[in-house]
Design a protein around this ligand. Sequence first.
Ligand SMILES: [Ca+2]
Ligand SMILES: [Ca+2]
Length: 462
Amino acid sequence: MYSLILLLQVAGLGAQHAAPLPRQPVTCYEVFVRSFYDSNGDGIGDLRGLTQKLDYISGLGADCVWLMPVAESPSYHGYDVTDYYKIEPDYGTNDDFKAFVAAAHQHHIRVLVDLVLNHTSSEHPWFQEALRDTASPHRSWYRWSTTPGDNWHKSPVRDEYYFGLFWSGMPDLNYENPAVLDAMKRVARFWLDSMHVDGFRLDAVRHLVEVGNEVSNTPGTHQVLRDFGQYVRSIAPQSYTIGEVWDNTDVILTYYPDQLDAYFAFPISEALMEAVRTGKAGGLLPTVEQFARAEPPRRWAPFQRNHDQTRTMTALGNDRAGARLAATILLTLPGVPFVYYGEEIGMTGDKPDERLRTPMQWNGSSLLGLYRWLIRLRANDKAIREGELEPVDTGNEAVLGYLRKDGSSRVLVVVNLGKVPATFSLPGRFTLRSLLTPGRNRTALPRLEPRTAYIYDMTRRP
Ligand SMILES: [Ca+2]
Ligand SMILES: [Ca+2]
């Protein structure tokens, strides 16, 4: 497959990438442009600043970035869009964005942008027309009612209400009208064809279509995603779409097999943080196995934290050893891991949301070296990247153990989550070569120090 893509590129038939990229990312880095790097001293992170910091992202080893919304928006976060075809002026121009994508591709980094399908800004011209002119062609792009109710907001111009699930500044689009999905397909095509992005992170997708009072996971929502995902694959077969379905595993699994390419594995995030926080392996591996049994690993994305969640270091009460364990687990699990900017240097932050999205600290951190090591290890080790997961019974709830297996290759991950030393022995005779710290090969596991992780390449001895 890889060489086929290469041939197509040589023949001039491929995309405009500097080099062929595999269809799914290996490790993706989530960036809030406003908080990343300010190139012109106005105090606001911007696309030129982000472009200047591509060496940092590439040095981290990520081969993908997800940019939180970069389209024009009146809010600091950008999830309420006023123009889907224009870069937020605080961040730069459309040309700055294209220059960023070209530079990212030269760094072998694919670019996913956040696309908000569920709602627009209340300041979007579509909504303003619909609000003011009941005969407007955009009137039926939104939902209206003569009676109040949950999530229905009073119109500022007449005696009626409009539907907005998140708040009055974000009126929901009405996907019962096919023109809305057509409009969003044109938006997707614009970002793929004219801005040269490699795919989308799709916001709040479980809320697209309401049925009565049911605002989540309706059949209409699945149908819109099926149609949208199919459309994106048809015009950009090498693209990658990943959706935010913030729900339990059983619900997330209803969004396969034929909708978006992938979804964030929120339950893995929760179980991972819980295991490190409590010192007990708990439901982590069963949760991962539930995803692994259902779908191939390119189709689900584990992570520690995103821009809506308390940062790892804060959630762990500033336990630096715990942050190292969390990173080691995340980056040795199956799936497509996503890392939220600043996690790799142990940034802190708790709700309200603004405190989860504070400016990137460019100070360095001992944690950064570990992230760089693990992301590279993952990129270079097929068993860690793509191998099958097999839990190892350690007989101790404080000791998490699993194998990643690919062909004859075996990687063993053992994490002592607890606060006291532990031991366990492997059945059989093996040679263990550490993939974390150089040293002589071993024939047995060492004493497992408290709050310490071990990764070994494992070969069976006769
Ligand atoms: Ca700036
Ligand atoms: Ca909706």
